[in-house]
Design a protein around this ligand. Structure first.
Ligand code: NAP
Length: 242
């Protein structure tokens, strides 16, 4: 079993690697990082002996994704757990008056473009496996129907566009990759660097550990197949409206 975790250096990505490494010890895990160089003392061991192989990839660059694709074998599971909500110097917008074109472009490139490029370049890898999942971390905030409070416009738009991309890919692959399940996944508010500045008002019991989220996603993978392709799942197994 070959697994690729994009954003393996992130809070949730690390937990996914640890989870799959523990549950599928015979799997070969490929993982990517961008600026956070994996530390073998703090993260799962990164040598080939433990079958976790790291690659440095900028997921906003097609050449990087194409090079990664040409290096990897068929995959039964590809998870895009990379994402962007804020820069150190720039947070999500509280009002349209704070809208910044470059911040918007950064959000779209990281949260949307990456999954489109992964689908384009890894379609043959997923096709070559008898059963496969292609999953991207979205966010409930990307649901148009669920939008009751506004704000965070760049991230919200980027995740909404990601959702449309996944739905569209799932329709194309229904015939071309009939054994592949394409899913959008909402992890809930999870205790990582991405959510750290915004955890103050999270209700008690609603800030999840990355390990819990990894377990939730693994359960969704076990419970779903091609017939579920094109769905947007929450961590608790409920379907979120697009
Ligand atoms: N945490 C939450 O509460 C929450 C809620 C809803 C949805 N999500 C979604 O869940 C996913 C995982 O989030 P997280 O909380 O684990 O975030 P995180 O800890 O901040 O990790 C973000 C990951 O994205 C990678 N990344 C960012 N820009 C990249 C680029 N240009 N090229 C390659 N990799 C890049 C980072 O790599 P480096 O560190 O190596 O640069 C890191 O691995 C994201 O899609 C996020 O939107 C999270």
């Amino acid at each position: 079993m070959n697994i690729l975790i994009i954003g393996g250096s992130g809070g949730i990505g690390q937990a996914l690697i640890q989870h799959f490494h523990a549950v599928h010890p015979d799997a070969t895990i490929y993982a990517t990082y961008h600026s956070t160089v994996p530390d073998s003392t703090a993260r799962p061991v990164t040598t080939s002996a433990t079958k976790v192989h790291w690659y440095q990839v900028d997921i906003t660059q097609e050449a990087d994704i194409a090079a990664l694709a040409s290096a990897l074998p068929p995959l039964s599971l590809l998870i895009n757990a990379a994402g962007l909500l804020h820069h150190p110097e720039q947070g999500p917008e509280k009002s349209i008056t704070a809208f910044d074109p470059q911040f918007f472009a950064d959000n779209v490139n990281t949260n949307t473009l990456s999954t489109l490029l992964l689908a384009k370049h890894f379609m043959p890898h997923l096709k070559a496996s008898p059963r496969s999942h292609f999953i991207a971390f979205s966010a409930r905030i990307g649901s148009i129907e669920d939008n009751k409070v506004g704000g965070w416009i760049s991230y919200r738009c980027a995740k909404a566009a990601l959702n449309m991309a996944l739905k569209t890919i799932s329709i194309e692959w229904r015939f071309k990759l009939p054994h592949c399940c394409v899913l959008a996944f909402h992890p809930g508010t999870t205790d990582t660097a991405l959510s750290a500045p915004f955890q103050k008002n999270v209700p008690a019991g609603k800030l999840f550990s990355p390990a819990y989220v990894a377990e939730c996603l693994a359960q969704r993978i076990d419970d779903t197949g091609p017939e579920d392709s094109g769905q947007f799942f929450s961590y608790d197994g409920k379907v979120i409206p697009w």
